[in-house]
Design a protein around this ligand. Structure first.
Ligand code: G1P
Length: 273
């Protein structure tokens, strides 16, 4: 059973400054919902109801969003505006939210390790909320990954092909296709230069991790940019056993970049508003 999803949400969101000076980047709106709410909805679609959020200083708005605002409820009670709260009310009812703080910003691997206290010794999902995934005609990306996990019971990363000039922005994997869209990873490198990239298969912000990753992370030295990288820890896990990469169905928007954010906003407005 996969019952918990970790959301690393302590990053500064520097690409959106000055907007993110006082506002968490995870609260950036795609039309009328913040990015992190789309992530929570995706986790729920995969049957996950425990949301474990790794926050940092200045991220209080995330906790307030997944809580009841009594003043607001009182103000709009009985009016037609109540319908705007239907979705978030239902999420709050179905899910539990727990939080821990990442005290120092030492990379994604360090953020995930900071969440150990909320996860314990079970396999868990990870969603990077600024990668917004949409698959209007089928299952959500995390639900597709859960099905792969149920079959193989090992760590899984979601991948997509990217243009070679973009490989330096991602964790890049190589591996052998063992099943339709499922690759057994034999190498992975965090943000390689074009000539060092083992392929153009890029990891996007969806992972299912087995809990032994925490012990590996504890001994993973700082890598690219002096940060503890989940990519490096996964390569270790891969050498000890097996890690899979899954080429998902659907579209991913890089909402950590202004261009991706604007594209997602326009498409979600056209499709869902
Ligand atoms: C992180 C990971 C990287 C992955 C990317 C997906 O990088 O370190 O391996 O490809 O997320 O969005 P970041 O975007 O935090 O620099």
């Amino acid at each position: 059973m996969l019952s918990k999803c970790l959301f690393p949400a302590a990053g500064y969101g520097t690409r959106f400054l000055p907007l993110t000076k006082a506002m968490p980047k995870e609260m950036l709106p795609i039309v009328s919902k913040p990015l992190i709410q789309y992530g929570v909805e995706e986790a729920l679609s995969a049957g996950i109801t425990t949301m474990a959020i790794v926050t940092g200083r200045g991220k209080r708005a995330i906790e307030d969003h997944f809580d009841i605002s009594y003043e607001l409820e009182h103000q709009i009670k009985g009016s037609d505006k109540e319908s705007y709260l239907t979705e978030i009310r239902s999420l709050i009812q179905k899910c539990t939210f727990s939080y821990t703080r990442q005290i120092e910003m030492k990379g994604l691997g360090h953020a995930i390790l900071s969440g150990e206290t909320l996860i314990g010794k079970e396999a868990f999902a990870v969603i990077l909320a600024d990668d917004l995934c949409d698959n209007p005609c089928g299952e959500t990306v995390l639900l597709q990954m859960k099905r792969v996990y149920e079959r193989y019971r090992c760590s899984i990363v979601a991948i997509e092909e990217v243009a070679t000039e973009h490989v330096h922005k991602y964790g890049i994997i190589s591996g052998k296709e063992i099943d339709s869209n499922v690759f057994m990873i034999d190498n992975m490198i965090e943000k390689p230069k074009i000539d060092e990239a083992p392929s153009n298969l890029a990891v996007i912000g969806r992972y299912i991790l087995t809990p032994d990753i925490f012990d590996i992370l504890k001994t993973t030295p700082p890598g690219k940019n002096g940060e503890i990288q989940i990519t490096d820890a996964l390569l270790q896990q891969c050498k000890k056993g097996m890690v899979l990469a899954f080429k998902f169905q659907g579209k991913r928007y890089d909402c950590g970049s202004v261009d991706g954010f604007v594209e997602a906003t326009n498409e979600f407005y056209k499709k869902y508003h």
